[in-house]
Design a protein. Structure first.
Length: 263
């Protein structure tokens, strides 16, 4: 009856860490997406130093951590020193990210060659995803163009994670470009929870992509700290969500550190 019991205990807790950082916790497994960083952009949230220490030292509620997923190497998504410290303290821990993430980790003064087996540098083709299985967690990796001026120099991985019978898609700093999503093979995938940068809410192209992916639940991340948000981007995003409310599935805005929900 163990298998039946596992089916009834397959709930996941999704916790907001900072910016696009999210921890996903199951009964026996845990992943962290873009959750260890020190943002150089002053209006975005950085990982709280105590939270970073707890993750690195595998303290509750981060004591089940198996995988660190990094979408790209920007400072508001990734900090190489934090990742090196986490890998050193937790020999079972695996880090997955683009080659640039691996390069920055390996260039850290604290890096040790013994950590090489814990690092997976993976970049998908723009027209074909890569499927990876780690720690009984299935991960499909897509190459999705990074938004903004750094698009030509930044590899942005999107991750479709299947964990404890739940499917979650993390887009990183994806550009809301329908053709890119089509070519990458994102459409048609089963997605229970979709994590999008806030820009997707106000843009018609972003809303169209959300519609095509058709998640059961939407989570908006990368919202600026409202106390430092001179352009009022968070406020404008919330207004846009209200305006186009009928176009969205049930939505959670991650704008307060420590927010969580279960699926």
């Amino acid at each position: 009856m163990k298998g039946v019991a596992d089916l009834f205990n397959s709930k996941l807790t999704i916790t907001y860490i900072a910016n696009s950082g999210v921890a996903v916790t199951g009964r026996k497994k845990q992943i962290l997406v873009d959750g260890l960083h020190k943002s150089e952009a002053g209006f975005y949230f950085s990982t709280d130093p105590q939270t970073a220490e707890d993750i690195i030292l595998s303290k509750e509620p981060y004591n089940l951590m198996d995988i660190l997923l990094v979408t790209h190497d920007h400072s508001d998504h990734f900090n190489a020193t934090y990742c090196v410290e986490a890998l050193k303290k937790n020999k079972h821990l695996q880090l997955v990210g683009p080659q640039s993430v691996a390069d920055k980790v390996k260039s850290c003064p604290e890096y040790d060659d013994e950590l090489a087996s814990q690092i997976k540098s993976i970049e998908a083709s723009p027209v074909k995803p890569i499927v990876l299985s780690l720690k009984d967690i299935d991960i499909e990796i897509f190459c999705i163009t990074h938004d903004g001026a750094s698009a030509d120099t930044t590899v942005n991985n999107a991750y479709l994670v299947r964990m404890d019978r739940h499917d979650m898609l993390f887009l990183g700093d994806a550009k809301a470009d329908d053709a890119v999503f089509e070519s990458a093979g994102v459409y048609g995938k089963k997605v229970e929870v979709l994590f999008v940068p806030f820009t997707f809410i106000g843009l018609s192209s972003g809303r169209e992509i959300i519609k095509k992916i058709a998640p059961k639940k939407l989570v908006v991340v990368h919202l600026p700290d409202e106390s430092k948000d001179a352009n009022k981007l968070t406020e404008k995003t919330k207004i846009a969500h209200t305006k186009y409310f009928a176009e969205f599935p049930p939505t959670t805005m991650f704008d307060t550190i420590g927010q969580s929900f279960q699926i």
